[in-house]
Design a protein. Structure first.
Length: 367
């Protein structure tokens, strides 16, 4: 195996593929990236047995066909450290690979390509194409609500729901829920559910850059594959049943508040400074034309913010985790938001004041 390529042509593909590789592996070959060269292209593959990313690039001057596996992070660090505009030559010599550029020379150990594992494929069920920015938006607007290390493992991921009417993403950690819907689904599909694991969601978001145009999604019983330009990411799906989110979403409550998103976000940020570091609770006091935000901590320190809002109901007090409110206001892009609750013990429904395609549910907390 031998090829020559510019530093820039392979830098981003190598960085993205290396991002999939875990620092701690059960198999030595999982620390490596699979490099396959034919006469016109080079492909790089990284995997952790749950997520697999394949990236390819053209070889202008051709290459000598072959394949091997090279330590991923060492190769990426070498590539990144070489000067801009460098031309890099890579050649396999026995069980070593030699990387040369200018007066620099590196010799890396390799492992046989035959040892490299791949994610097993099954017959694909659903194949559809979306504008990449729209799929990225579905992920960005909901993924922050995924659980991190919950024993209910199906919460440590994101629900992708595909039907003939819409494509929807839903995430919840049991204390809050985020849902975003794109109207217009896949013809002939009757509400298909798939739970994408947390790492798969994060790697998908990295892959769907602003330059990406379209993403082709293949949804099978045990994996999701996303093809974006020269990249193909395959992630195993979580085998579990996602909670029935329809039962969690409250109907618009009688008490409805409309406020300027940025003013509310800044007020929550300031109040959070003196909230309890462990529980992060703040008290919201709904009053006509104003919202009072109060926070305190075990050191008897207090913060109070008063924000002008559009509210005409009865006075009411309710507690929330301020971090959850900050997360929601951080992803909403509209200038104003609507927050509605039925009573002081009910969950809050937060959405853009003009409706929008996303909604958020935050459970109250006792203070």
């Amino acid at each position: 195996m031998k090829f020559e390529i510019s530093r820039e042509a392979l830098l981003r593909p190598l960085q993205l593929v290396t991002g999939v590789v875990e620092r701690r592996q059960t198999l030595p070959v999982l620390a490596n990236v699979l490099v396959v060269v034919d006469e016109e292209r080079i492909s790089l593959t990284g995997t952790d047995l749950e997520v697999e990313l394949i990236a390819s690039a053209a070889l202008e001057d051709g290459g000598e066909p072959g394949q091997t596996t090279i330590p991923a992070r060492k190769l990426a660090d070498i590539w990144r450290s070489l000067p801009d505009g460098s031309v890099i030559r890579v050649e396999q010599q026995g069980d070593r690979v030699v990387v040369r550029s200018g007066r620099s020379r590196f010799q890396l150990a390799t492992l046989p390509a035959t040892e490299f594992p791949t994610i097993e494929r099954s017959a694909s069920d659903i194949v559809f194409t979306l504008p990449a920015n729209e799929f990225r938006r579905l992920l960005d607007r909901t993924s922050f609500s995924m659980a991190q290390q919950d024993v209910r493992y199906f919460l440590n991921g994101l629900l992708l729901e595909v039907s003939s009417e819409h494509i929807r993403t839903v995430a919840t950690d049991g204390h809050r829920l985020a849902m975003c819907t794109r109207e217009g689904g896949v013809a002939g599909v009757d509400r298909h559910h798939a739970i994408i694991p947390r790492k798969g969601v994060l790697e998908l978001a990295r892959l769907l850059s602003d330059e990406a145009d379209q993403v082709e999604l293949t949804l099978a019983t045990n994996y999701l594959r996303a093809a974006v330009g020269p990249y193909t990411l395959t992630t195993k799906l979580v085998d579990g049943k996602f909670p029935d989110y329809d039962k969690v979403i409250p109907q618009a409550g009688e008490s409805e508040l409309v406020g300027v998103r940025e003013s509310l976000r800044q007020a929550f940020t300031r109040a959070a400074i003196l909230s309890n570091e462990k529980y992060r609770g703040v008290r919201l006091i709904f009053e006509p034309e104003q919202l009072t935000i109060q926070a305190n901590n075990p050191e008897q320190e207090e913060a109070e913010e008063v924000v002008a809002v559009d509210y005409h109901g009865e006075k009411m007090e309710i507690g929330f985790n301020v971090s959850y409110l900050q997360d929601v206001l951080g992803v909403i892009s509209a200038d104003s938001v609507r927050l509605s609750v039925a009573d002081a013990n009910s969950s809050a429904l937060i959405e853009e004041s003009d409706g929008g395609d996303c909604l958020y549910v935050v459970m109250p907390m006792r203070l």
